[in-house]
Design a protein. Structure first.
Lengths: 767, 313
């Protein structure tokens, strides 16, 4: 009964309550300037997770860079001409001067080490020290490029039209700044060449910018849309604003808390404002009821208190259910999802506190005549919406068996659809098709070895084992096997260097393009190579004691499946060819795979948890397991239907979708809670009414609130469908369909099920 | 220099012009006696002469001092080169190289290094290296003929396939056997390739040092300038800092131990650290010795394949 006193207090001291809410909001707002974003996919999993620890170890062992930008240069007439080559040289020189660029390891025509033999002299030097003056020089360069398998598909495409400059970044460098500066540099070059900038840091930083856009543009637009829709529903700007403020306050509180606690904003938490705005629509039921009550009592204060008494339980419990749905996410493995769950759960609780204080307080400021005017239009009999809803519900009440059978059929179809779904997170596909990031990725993937990088690390038990011919031959064989995979564009390992030196030392005799006979030869070749090449050339592929070797596997797609294929091929190869070496996958592609599987695991875990928790809340609220089961069915059904559709249209089940599976339960259950509690209330209040009449009343009065709620909810999320990043679009589309469908399902299937199961539900008599 | 010469050429003209002016002033004094005029003229001429002499002296002094400054910086570097890389007629040492990665992984290189000078300091040199470690490169040998102002000649013997290969040596700034030292760091850089200035004098530990800034004249070097702390007494570089093209410090050389060998102060422990990659190389000279009478014919392909024990042990 404590909450009732909060309502009464707020009604009696409205100004104080509003002032307090605003002051608290301002306090939370002071945290906003500290906001920072985190768009690094690595942070999806904790730094202590196995895959990250292992990847860090591999990075350290082989002196690998965490971040690399690839600048693709395409000339349809071929890049091997004086002009393009001069441009490559100029651009490379400029890049080398940039702060944050690991200049020593930039790979370009002018910096990449080339091992060659010339007039009996072994030469390890940058491929192109100066731009060739004449055709002869260019022919010589062409020969150098295509002779060396290390270059093909790395810095020159097979058709000679594409080259790339690989720009590794120092730790902590700002990828976007560097990418922007590279863009400026290439802009100065006039010619036929086209330039494409790809790479993780670019994607990440673009993502970060889009995220801010979502929060700064799309969330406010969603707010405006809701304001407009609400105004059209109630014709009262003041109340629409009150509701809007309610949402805004909770957004500021939760975002302020998040930022204040030092968490960065991640893709999921960037969606929180829109979610909170939508969840705030639940106070719709308060408004809905208030206008009905006011018509009956004509006393504002009394109407408020009565309204709150009537709706407090469902409103409280729906909030509980929603908060629980989000709180379930706290048990997930993926950090941003966890943070998001906690964030929205907090916001939901804040919203409910506001519903019992701020909103009643605001009600008192509305002029009586105004309420009168609106309340007059709220009449079940004359209202078109209510009439339509009653017709809809009539379907379920009068033909319950048919309705349920139709539902079962749909259910089966949905299951088939779900069976076809595939779990996949492709980070590049989070960008829209025509976006710079995706175009650059596509171009470079088509022409060169691939932008997604995985590693296969061979680990032996003894030092220097990698130098043995059997280890070398083994790795060589494995590379050939991997290169047969469609998704693999190129592989590189220490073996490639050894074979290259073998050929070069024997005056380019192709016969020697094999692993040498003895360990000593290999050791001496590697030493010879290390004598003049860049240290990183060897460091990247072999560790210091020659105990571990690193095969670079360039993949042509960011699909998680690609790395799964690689791992499978490695395992098969190992089965056919036993070895004392252990072969372990690593790299960003492997991380994506692990993370992807975590998403699947999380989805299942979260869904089951949400099912249990929401069921528990329903059972608790209804004080009946039977009613809980009935209330549960339509919403479960809705979720299955939507997943079925997702499966049928072939959309990947990615992180946002899996998160939604838990959330939607918690959000859509609101409808069932409102419906069932109000129905049972009605049955008690009007004992003479038949069950179908009571059902029809419920559909028409609280049902209208449900539909309004759903429409508002959907309206705010519909805005996200115009967002620049696909996860937002997915979430938008998902929630819109979820809300509309589940409200309709509730209004059709709940009456049908209740009618059908009345004997079982009302065992001890109808009341 | 040019400026001063032009200055000198232009100097007399205004001076004489001034004299002409003066004379006309005296000429106007028509009532003064001829004698008086003579005396005055003499006096004025003397003053003029003194002025000119003084001016010339000042200019000369200026010239001398600026030249001597320039000479000093270059001189310091020349003396340093002689003390550091050309000491004695020849030199032999067992060299232990420890390559340490950022992650703390280590690689060892062990070799005997022989060096013989041909001509003055800054002139030709020949180097002969025999590797003991890593184990699989034992018996590998490496020979360098070093010429100032010209690409070196390098040969490598690969024992496993019994082959001697010439190795192109276009880039003296490339890594020496995979370490953080470049070929140039090992065998020296031509003094004329850089412009040198003394920026300050500073104490490092208890050693008074010149701090010399050397800026390469050509752009094809991986650093934009180098600062060397050269010990005023022994002329050995105690510390060197390399600044990259962005002006950031990226490599640091330190002489960690200096010992006297046959009266020659010799750096027996040195470190080169790459601050950007975090990689580091420590070099220790064991059994360093000078003037041991290395034969000329050691530096030949024949001995590359079969180095005489007495030289390499």
């Amino acid at each position: 009964m404590k909450r009732f006193s909060l309502v009464e207090f707020s009604v009696n001291h409205p100004k104080l309550v509003v002032a307090l809410s605003i002051i608290i909001t301002l306090i939370f707002m002071t945290q906003f300037p500290k906001m920072r974003t985190d768009t690094n996919p690595k942070n999806m999993l904790p730094a202590t997770s196995d895959v990250r620890m292992w990847n860090d170890e591999v990075e350290k062992t082989f002196s690998l860079y965490e971040d690399m930008i690839a600048l693709g240069i395409v000339n349809e007439k071929g890049v091997l001409n004086k002009d393009t080559l001069s441009r490559i040289q100029r651009i490379t020189d400029e890049i080398l001067k940039m702060k944050g660029v690991a200049a020593r390891d930039v790979s370009s025509f002018t910096t990449i080490d080339n091992v060659s033999v010339e007039a009996e002299t072994l030469k390890v030097a940058p491929l192109m020290t100066k731009v060739p003056e004449d055709e002869k020089g260019i022919e010589y360069l062409r020969k150098m490029l295509y002779e060396n398998p290390l270059f093909i598909n790395r810095i020159i495409s097979k058709d000679g039209k594409t080259t790339a400059i690989y720009v590794p970044l120092e730790k902590g460098a700002n990828g976007k700044e560097i990418a922007d500066r590279i863009r400026e540099i290439v802009k100065k070059e006039k010619g036929d060449e086209q330039y494409y900038i790809a790479g993780d840091p670019v994607a990440r930083d673009t993502f970060g910018a889009e995220m801010f856009k979502l929060m700064a543009i799309f969330a406010p637009i969603a707010g405006m849309v809701m304001l407009t829709v609400r105004y059209l529903m109630f014709r009262d700007l003041f109340l629409s604003f009150a509701l809007m403020m309610d949402a805004m306050i909770s957004i500021v509180w939760s975002m302020g808390l998040l930022i204040g606690l030092g968490y960065p904003i991640h893709i999921m938490s960037s969606m929180a404002p829109v979610f909170l705005m939508a969840i705030a629509t639940d106070s719709m039921h308060i408004f809905n009821e208030f206008y009905f009550r006011y018509r009956e009592t004509r006393d504002k204060k009394k109407a408020i208190i009565e309204t709150m008494r009537a709706v407090s339980r469902p409103v409280r419990n729906t909030a509980l259910a929603t908060a629980a749905g989000f709180a379930v996410l706290l048990f997930m493995n993926i950090i941003p999802v966890k943070v998001f769950g906690g964030l929205v759960a907090f916001g939901t609780v804040a919203l409910r506190i506001l519903s019992f204080s701020f909103i009643p307080a605001m009600f008192t400021f509305v002029k009586d005549e105004k309420i009168e005017k609106i309340a007059r239009s709220e009449d079940i009999g004359s209202d078109k919406t209510s009439q339509f809803l009653m017709k809809l519900a009539g379907l379920g009440i009068h033909k319950p068996v048919m309705t349920v059978l139709a539902g079962l059929l749909l259910f089966v179809v949905a299951i088939i659809g779900i069976a076809q779904a595939k779990v996949n997170n492709n980070l590049v596909e989070w960008f829209k098709k025509g976006s710079d990031v995706r175009v650059a990725d596509t171009v470079i993937n088509r022409a060169l070895g691939g932008t997604s990088l995985g590693y296969v690390v061979a680990i032996s038990k003894e030092d220097d084992y990698i130098k043995t011919p059997e280890a070398m031959r083994y790795l060589d064989g494995l590379q050939r096997r991997l290169e047969k995979l469609q998704v693999v564009g190129k592989t590189t390992s220490v073996v490639d260097y050894v074979k290259r030196i073998n050929v070069v030392l024997h005056d380019d005799d192709r016969k020697y393009d094999v692993v040498p006979e003895t360990k000593d030869i290999i050791g001496q070749y590697l030493f010879l190579f290390a004598m003049s090449a860049k240290p990183s050339d060897l460091d990247n592929v072999v560790d210091y004691p020659f105990k571990r070797a690193n095969i670079w596997v360039q993949l042509k797609t960011w699909d998680a499946q690609a790395m799964r294929d690689v791992i499978k091929a490695v395992e098969e190869y190992k089965k056919d060819n036993p070895t004392p070496m252990e072969l372990k996958p690593s790299g960003i592609a492997y991380f994506n795979l692990v993370w992807n599987d975590e998403v699947l695991g999380d989805m299942v875990k979260g869904f089951v948890l949400a099912l249990i928790v929401v069921f528990g809340i329903l059972a608790f609220d209804f004080r009946s397991v039977k009613w809980a089961i009935v209330g549960y069915t339509p919403l479960l059904f809705t979720i299955l239907l939507i997943y079925g559709v997702v499966g049928f249209i072939g959309k990947d089940f990615d992180m946002p979708i899996s998160v939604l599976s838990c959330l939607s339960l918690g959000m859509a259950v609101d409808f069932a809670i409102h419906f069932v509690s109000r129905l049972r209330q009605r049955l008690q209040e009007t004992p003479q009414e038949s069950l179908s009449d009571a059902l029809l009343w419920t559909v028409a009065r609280p049902g209208k609130g449900i539909v309004r709620n759903a429409v508002l909810f959907a309206a705010s999320f519909a805005v996200m469908m115009f967002a620049p990043l696909t996860p937002y679009i997915t979430v938008g589309a998902f929630i819109v369909s979820m809300m509309l469908l589940s409200s309709v399902m509730t209004l059709i299937y709940l009456p049908a099920l209740i009618t059908l199961l009345q004997g079982w539900l009302f065992k001890g008599g109808l009341r | 220099m040019k400026i001063i010469i032009t200055f000198l050429k232009n100097l007399p003209a205004p001076l004489f012009a001034k004299e002409g002016n003066n004379r006309s002033v005296f000429d106007k004094e028509e009532n003064t006696s001829l004698w008086q005029r003579e005396v005055r003229r003499d006096f004025i001429n003397t003053i003029h002469a003194i002025t000119i002499c003084l001016a010339i002296a000042v200019i000369f002094l200026l010239l001398i001092s600026s030249a001597s400054f320039a000479a000093t910086a270059e001189d310091v570097m020349k003396k340093s080169q002689a003390a550091f890389l050309y000491q004695g007629k020849d030199f032999k040492s067992r060299v232990m190289m420890k390559l340490v990665s950022k992650g703390g992984q280590e690689r060892i290189r062990e070799m005997t290094m022989l060096r013989k000078n041909y001509g003055e300091s800054g002139g030709n040199q020949k180097y002969f290296m025999y590797f003991f470690q890593p184990a699989d490169v034992k018996d590998m040998t490496f020979m360098v003929y070093k010429y100032p102002a010209k690409d070196d000649d390098r040969w490598l013997f690969i024992p496993a396939i019994n082959m001697v290969r010439r190795i192109a040596a276009q880039d003296k700034r490339s890594s020496f056997v995979g370490s953080d030292f470049t070929y140039e760091d090992v065998s020296g850089r031509d003094i004329e390739d850089d412009t040198h200035t003394i920026t300050k004098e500073e104490k490092i530990g208890n050693k008074d040092c010149f701090v010399v800034k050397s800026t390469p004249k050509a752009a094809d070097v991986d650093y934009s300038y180098k600062l060397s702390w050269v010990d005023k007494a022994a002329f050995l570089p105690i510390k060197e800092e390399y600044y990259d093209k962005r002006g950031e410090l990226y490599k640091v050389f330190t002489a960690d131990e200096v010992k006297e060998v046959k009266g020659f102060p010799t750096i027996t422990k040195r470190t080169m650290k790459n601050l950007q990659s975090g990689h580091m190389t420590e070099v220790t000279y064991l059994k360093a010795d000078y003037n041991i009478g290395i034969d000329d014919n050691l530096f030949s392909e024949r001995f590359l394949k079969q180095p005489p024990k007495k030289w390499i042990e």
